[in-house]
Design a protein around this ligand. Structure first.
Ligand SMILES: [Zn+2]
Ligand SMILES: [Zn+2]
Length: 715
């Protein structure tokens, strides 16, 4: 039995786990990656598995970071069933269609730019229609009932208390007449959260996969949260302003309605006129009302007493744009809850534009505000912001309430873990790097259970009582010098055999090197120029004699430029980067590096390590070529599949890079510049590739030699 971590590994989004047993393949969640651009790239292109070979999907809940790639999975050939709770099916119906709509409009906007520049157009990851199509695969399950869904696989959904319909998943997997119990926590809720039940306690797991969003933090007390909310409402209403609350459509909006209802019933705030100005939030609330039997006791009693938080005289749901626009004329006395949660899209932006400049207005931020969003700028106290291209002065009272989270904090997670009588081993996922590792340490210390933080794409094999990562098996002996700074990846037969990231991409702010860090390839750019030349020769656009025999001299970019009369990077983009879909590879000027780029560090004669961003090569102030381990691995496999140049020409083309001492078809391409080194090597016959990227000069040679030896010696 094997379990591969295809998402939410050292990050919070893209939840997706692939379970193989007895020739069956099952996915647990298939979520969208969100956040930094490098991570979002994973939403595009191939899945790291064949969709038609997946027998079933088990879905924990409707949040997009867990469900968001299901329409793509179906579009790309998945033909099995998606098992989840009935509420989640109904919520996915609206959430996935909305996500499809967002993909369509985003790509439309990007394509307008691309077509102006004459570039190849993008396709949306999936459309509204794809989302609708995927709904046919959903199967409704109920909480607490054990069901056999495949030979050798039984499943039981338990209430996770996170959002309505969210489940903890218990799996019993039978292979070779031995049954292993695996528990996926999904996203775990807080105790005493509005509307939803408390998370169900589970008592046994041989393998537990647990989330760690707040693995190292504690929430604000619930009572203070209510107090702040009441205070903010009262202050704003007394000033005669409107209270604007940007909120996520699913979960947060309903929690707010609930909290406002309780405060009104207790007489702590006046009767309110509340507008839910978000079609998605209205639709989600409607699903909530259809499933009121899954509410917690307190909310069900409120309904029984005729005190529904969602349907009371003061609560209005706007439908049309006209209705929404009419609200702009009302100067005070309204509570407007609208998306998006970070105020960077949706109808809330219009309301902010019409209200922010008035000092009576109140703005309440109740969720996480990511860097770069309008919500974050307001939170940070901006005096003026731009909305729809217009400058708007901020005179409103802007406040933040934390603690409206649908995730249990460290105390809640530990409390849930303590109810287990038996845990064999824990995998900690769904948290930022610090949270995962911090929480894993805490588990090992407090519960005396081995806790592992899996890396993205890492595979674990379970064999009786033995558990091991398939990555480390061959590379146990690898010794990485402490000074080594960079990223390594070894791939064999389309499977990652080893991956590691070490040191810092940026030392001043202590930004770690990761799988997504961009590295300067230095003179490795010459190889890209040669490859582009070879493509042009093959297509007959250049004559071989004009190009001449390849060698290791750094003259090839210039040659490419003079033979094509174009800057070399334009040809490399058209011939290599675009057709091989190296989405993370690009040329950048050194004073315009993206945030994900590693800074090169070099040593002075006195052995001091210094930043070297001005690693100017012979070509002067030309942009430098940056890439990631992911893209270089992809380039290697694309070459091996004969997609860039013809297979019969490959050997001859790569001849100058051959390293015969390691094998008759081993090639190694290297590049460096002051403070950076890069190596791409491997054997096509053995379907093996090695990538080493470094933003320092120490320990690189040793790493390359060891990886070559561990991968190729004695074969
Ligand atoms: Zn969630
Ligand atoms: Zn999540």
């Amino acid at each position: 039995m094997r379990l591969q971590f295809l998402g939410a590994a050292e990050t919070t989004s893209g939840s997706c786990y692939l379970l193989n047993f007895a020739e069956h393949n099952v996915l647990i969640d298939c979520g969208l990656f969100q956040g930094p651009e490098e991570l979002k790239q994973r939403n595009y292109g191939d899945f790291p598995f064949e969709p038609e070979e997946i027998d079933a999907v088990i879905l924990t809940h409707a949040h997009i970071d867990h469900s968001g790639l299901l329409p793509k999975l179906v579009k790309w050939g998945f033909n099995g069933s998606i098992f989840t709770t009935g509420v989640t099916v109904d919520l996915c119906e609206i959430m996935l269609a909305d996500s499809g709509y967002i993909q369509e409009t985003e790509v439309e906007r990007k394509n307008r730019k691309l077509s102006r520049r004459g570039k190849k157009l993008l396709e949306p990851i999936y459309t509204v229609q794809d989302a609708r199509e995927s709904m046919k695969h959903f199967r409704r399950m109920i909480y607490d009932e054990e069901v056999s869904i495949l030979p050798g696989l039984r499943v039981r959904f338990r209430d996770a208390g996170h959002i309505l319909g969210a489940a903890i998943v218990e799996l019993w997997v039978t292979e070779n007449e031995e049954t292993t119990k695996i528990v996926f926590s999904g996203d775990l809720g807080n105790l005493n959260q509005p509307i939803v039940q408390d998370p169900t306690f589970i008592t046994a797991a041989d393998i537990l996969v647990i989330e760690s969003t707040y693995g190292t933090r504690l929430h604000e007390e619930r009572d203070t949260r209510f107090e702040y909310l009441a205070e903010m409402v009262n202050k704003t209403m007394q000033r005669g302003g409107n209270l604007l609350i940007p909120a996520f459509a699913l979960g947060r909006t309903q929690d707010l309605l609930y909290s406002l209802r309780i405060l009104q019933d207790e007489g702590k705030i006046p009767p309110l006129t509340i507008y839910i100005d978000s079609p998605l939030a209205s639709a989600a609330t409607e699903v909530f009302m259809r499933h009121s039997s899954t509410f917690d006791y307190k909310t069900r009693s409120m309904l029984a007493e005729g005190r529904s938080p969602f349907a009371s005289p003061g609560v209005h749901y706007t439908e049309t744009v006209e209705e929404s626009m009419r609200l702009n004329q009302v100067r005070g006395g309204l509570v407007i809850i609208a998306g998006s949660g970070m105020a960077d899209a949706g109808r809330i932006k219009h309301h902010l534009k019409h209200n922010l400049w008035r000092k009576e207005t109140g703005v309440l931020l109740v969720g996480y505000q990511a860097q770069g969003t309008l919500g974050r700028r307001l939170q940070d106290g901006a005096e003026e912001v731009r909305i729809h291209g217009e400058p708007v002065k901020v005179k409103a009272d802007v406040q933040t309430i934390t603690g409206f989270s649908a995730h249990g904090d460290q105390a809640a997670l530990l409390n849930w873990l303590r109810r287990f009588n038996h845990i064999g081993r824990v995998f900690v996922t769904h948290g930022e790097k610090e949270s995962c590792h911090g929480f894993a340490e805490l588990i090992s210390e407090k519960l005396k259970v081995p806790a592992i933080v899996p890396k993205l794409d890492e595979i674990f094999e379970f064999n009786g009582s033995k558990t091991f990562s398939t990555w480390e098996k061959d590379y146990d002996d690898l010794y990485i010098e402490e000074e080594f700074s960079g990223v390594i990846q070894v791939m064999k037969d389309k499977e990652i055999k080893f991956r590691g990231s070490y040191g810092l991409a940026e030392r001043k702010y202590a930004i770690k090197n990761t799988f997504y860090t961009l590295f300067n390839l230095g003179l490795g750019r010459e190889f890209f120029a040669q490859l582009a030349l070879e493509c042009l020769v093959e297509r007959g656009e250049l004559i071989r004699d004009d190009v001449g025999d390849y060698n290791l001299e750094p003259i090839w970019e210039e040659k490419l430029a003079s033979l094509t009369n174009k800057p070399p990077w334009e040809t490399v983009y058209d011939e290599i980067i675009s057709p091989a879909e190296l989405n993370q590879t690009a040329y950048y000027y050194l004073d315009q590096l993206p945030a994900a780029a590693a800074i090169g560090y070099t040593r002075t004669r006195s052995k001091e390590s210094v930043e070297n961003i001005y690693a100017i090569l012979g070509s002067g102030l030309a942009p430098q070529l940056f890439s990631t381990v992911h893209d270089l691995t992809r380039l290697w496999s694309t070459l091996g599949e004969g997609q860039l140049i013809k297979p019969e020409n490959l050997e001859k083309f790569l001849d100058i890079y051959a390293k015969r001492d390691l094998g008759e078809d081993y090639y190694q391409i290297e590049g460096s510049a002051p403070g950076v080194r890069f190596m791409l090597g491997g054997s096509f016959k053995q379907a093996t590739s090695i990538v080493v990227l470094s933003n320092g000069e120490d320990g690189v040679t040793s790493v390359i030699n060891q990886l070559n030896q561990l991968s190729f010696s004695g074969r």
